[in-house]
Ligand binder design. Sequence first.
Ligand code: TH1
Length: 799
Amino acid sequence: MRPELSQLPTAQDLSEQILHHLTHTQGRGPEFATVFDWRLAVSYTIRDLIVTPWMAGHRASRDRKLKRVYYLSMEFLIGRILGDAIINLGLDAQMDQALATLGLDRTEILEDEPDAALGNGGLGRLAACFMESLSSLGVPAFGYGIRYEHGLFRQRFEGGQQVEAPEDWLNQPHPWEFVRVDYSYTVGFKGHVETVDGKSVWRPGESVIARAYDTPVIGWEGNWANTLRLWGAQPTNLFDLHRFNAGDYAAAAEPEALARTLSRVLYPDDTTESGKELRLKQEYFLTSAALQDIIRRFVAEHGEDLAHLPDKVAIQLNDTHPAIAGPELIRILMDEHGFGFTEALGLARRTLNYTNHTLLPEALERWSTWLMGHVLPRHLQIIEMIDAEHRATTGRPAHVSILQHDQVLMGELAFIMAGKVNGVSALHTDLVRSTVFSDLHKLHPDRIVNETNGVTPRRWLRMANPPLAKLLDQSIGTGWTGDLDQLKGLEAHADDPAFLHALRAAKRLNKVALSNGLLAGLGIKADPDAIFDVQVKRMHEYKRQLLNTLEAIALWHRIHESPNGDWTPRLKIFGGKAAPGYWMAKSIIHLINDVAATINKDPVTAPYLQIAYPPNYNVSMAEHLIPAADLSEQISTAGKEASGTGNMKFTMNGALTIGTLDGANVEIREQVGPENFFLFGLTAAEAAAEKAKPGHARAAIEKSEDMKIALQLIAEGRFGRAEHYFSLLDRTWNDDPFLVASDFASYFACQRKVDAAYRDARDWDRMAALNIARSGFFSSDRTIRGYMADIWKVEAVTL
Ligand code: TH1
């Protein structure tokens, strides 16, 4: 593959380079160097090796005038970079040897790197997996995002309750980025629109500068690297000179502080609405800087005629967050390049595409017309023109439009401005067609396509799970890393006792490592032979961590009733953060911690049931938890989880899923076979019907003794003060919008099937092997190929 494979550095080359960077870049001698110094020296050594293919790729794309993909996203949940880069360069063995000669501990070095937590959850992590796959496949691409100074908050528990602390990843040098002072663009806000010579001219009242920070993203086998270009906000004027000269230094620095707030902090809301002016400004900041950069590059490579833009540029909008790109591109084409409205609209529509990631009403962005007109007056005019044109050409009635009830509906805008609109799993795409966008789908029947999500097997299998990766290499060769469909080859081993034994041993290594971590971190004594039952994801009512918790309580109660019963030991692990303003989600966190505190110290049930909730779940923690899981909890109310991507990572790592027919679970079950998947609960259609029944929650609770007892134990204050949970209990009895009660009995029964299945080790291991063997479909390489063929019309480069 790699043209200069023979030029791969040796362990000695690496250790020399590390020492070189330690001395000449870090300015430290080995005798004084800290782990941090060493980690930076190692990072610079690896970075040097990425720069060559990175530049070669840029040159090739430019010289051959290739079409590029531009992925615009408010979130890129990268996590750590070093370990992944070493693996993708194929240098793990050499680096291990180099570090050993230098007397360094590999884990200590790797874990010194802070997570780049520039995202909330699935949507941001998907963007990071896509960047990696785009590079692995050799597709010319840029990711555009915001260089948040503070990523997602850090989570602690105090008295079992979530406490947020600011995240501070940039308070130390970040070795992976290159600042581009020459690529700076002015981004305007507010002001007014004037007519000059019959043309509209926007005169912004405020402006900031967007400065580019580039991180190369190296693909598998080190052949290609694309750029993740993150924008940092800079003031246009460093300070107010009048005030400075008058001696008021603090006031003079205000404009600078204000400008920088634009890239100061990531909004911590996942699938929940925020609707604040600063968020709208951040969205426009990203979009405007990205479009200016895209057009500058187009003109430099292809000349001034922007009529050819769609031939060379494919822009993907990651949800509606950058959907202002529609009006912004039209504005640039009309107001700055003299195109007529209709032509500008046509060009924009052939360039832009939109991915929908959720149908939850509270997550569908809408801005008040007043705020839109205040922050982006020219864009509001253009949105009105887009809306009028769309209604005129389609005959869409006036009461359904982009502008409704004094609000701009960003989903409508994104749909109408997109060449293609995609959902993120088969079920979700069907629901996009039949629910939120049904009328637009009728008007544009070819626009909606499905691209089921995927995850990169480099990070989520080869890097996160070395014991399993090694077993796979030995069993089917190493080709699976770049071509995950090759995992199919494992099916031939699924009945081989020696293979299954090795598979169990690999899983056990991960479980022991995790147990050690849980003991050291939380004081929890985990039994590595228990079922490791894991639910990790953002805290949200629709994801139903409450259902899992109530099952734990009911099980605990049952064990108490017959302590000499034949129980299958289980460790339940939770991980995840709640949006700071999401009261119900925080209440569920509190409950899990309270329940864990009571159950974990109960000597009667201790051999059978433990609960661990390590705080501050993030990408790095996921890399430890997922490979150690036996059971993957994917238990959202059917119809609510657009896809899920954690579900895919678990499957690849040989965990079995207990899940509903929701999101990509449906396709996971299809792929692995229904006999290798623990299904429970209502379907999306049944759930919708159930919700419409008055008193559905109470009726369901009355029918399930286990559920009733669990709720009663909470109400009696058995897990901390009852009054903490009055609202939660009241909501469960009387409203239960996510049907915890309706699905409880089915879930509890399914968990008992899991217990029974786990006792037959041979059969369980066989199911795990088949889950791995049939998980190839969930590689993000497959997803990206889908986008390339159906949406972007781009091809991979052969160097
Ligand atoms: C998530 C979806 O909830 C999840 O099902 C999906 O797998 C993932 O996107 C990737 O497609 C979403 N995250 C967000 C975050 C925000 C707004 C909407 C969504 S949908 C801020």
